[in-house]
Design a binder for this molecule. Structure first.
Ligand code: G1P
Length: 291
């Protein structure tokens, strides 16, 4: 098995119901956080972590994702004609970023099923999974932090964060103990997808970054449908615990749930404030609001 994590899988086949009506005809992965679609944040993170193969699990009506990373001759020609060199460079940077491989998930059968769709493209090697609506703002990109740990432990790693109160029921939740040598690592002993608050084994929620060993594909093939009547990735990973170590990793950084309206609003404010071109004026504007 190659030791390096080279491939990153992006499940992007969902309906985006939390963001209707915007997502009626626009893939939620293409919603803009300030001026960049959510999936571009994830792709940049994967590339920064050393992945060089981006696999997107898509569905009908998701062509905008492929178009975004493709060359746009008409747009480029127009920008060139008009001498808009900055914008031309911006557009070319996106199309040169990566060559996407895509595969369609024909039925919405859950995150585990979406990841299973990527089996042939991933093959027999460890791989990353990035859920594009979890945008993580971090000094070192979250997946890069995880790859650095993977290079030491060579086992599956799940990003995790503490979630307080009943909100924990919206997540996969892990059970486990801190690894003494690294306070950010958990030795995972159990996993539950979307538990009732009283049944959550801890406050440690799974956030949308995973590094998984390919064994998970065999397990997903035989995992029964779980929470919500869907094939859950969490349940497949739980199967790994029988034969392999699985770690939780409490990453350094801020996670934004940009697939949710309120989460997107908060992310927009925070990202805009950090921008050199927008931040100062936006800050003044926010201060002027009589709240
Ligand atoms: C998915 C996973 C869940 C994880 C969450 C993180 O849930 O199934 O385990 O905690 O992403 O965002 P979803 O948000 O797709 O319901």
């Amino acid at each position: 098995m190659p030791a390096k994590v080279r491939k990153a899988v992006f499940p992007a086949a969902g309906f985006g119901t939390r963001f209707l009506p915007a997502t009626k005809s626009i893939p939620k992965e293409m919603l803009a956080l300030v001026d960049k679609p959510l999936i571009q944040y994830g792709v940049e993170e994967a590339l920064a972590a050393g992945c060089d193969q981006i696999i997107v699990v898509t569905a009908r009506d998701k062509a905008a994702i492929e178009d975004h990373f493709d060359t746009s001759y008409e747009l480029e020609a127009m920008l060139e004609r008009r001498g808009k060199t900055d914008l031309l460079a911006l557009v070319r940077q996106v199309s040169c970023m990566t060559q996407l491989a895509t595969i369609r998930q024909k039925e919405a059968m859950g995150l585990g099923h979406a990841v299973l769709m990527a089996r042939e493209l991933v093959g027999d090697e460890p791989f990353a999974v990035i859920l594009p609506d979890d945008v993580i703002d971090a000094p070192t990109p979250c997946l890069k932090q995880m790859v650095d740990i993977f290079d030491q432990v060579h086992s599956s790693i799940l990003a995790t964060q503490v979630v307080e109160g009943p909100a924990i029921s919206a997540y996969g939740v892990l059970d486990g103990a801190h690894v003494p040598s690294n306070p950010r690592l958990f030795d995972v002993t159990g996993l539950v997808e979307k538990p009732r608050p009283a049944e959550a084994p801890s406050k440690n929620a799974i956030i949308g970054r995973y590094i998984l060993t390919p064994k998970v594909f065999d397990l997903l093939e035989h995992t029964p449908l779980g929470a919500g009547g869907e094939l859950q990735l969490t349940d497949g990973i739980k199967g790994l615990l029988q034969t392999e170590k699985v770690y939780g990793y409490s990453f350094e950084g801020t996670r934004h749930d940009a697939g949710d309206k309120f989460g997107m609003l908060k992310a927009t404010v925070e990202f805009a404030l950090k921008r050199d071109d927008l931040g100062p004026a936006f800050r003044e504007y926010l201060k002027s609001l009589k709240l």
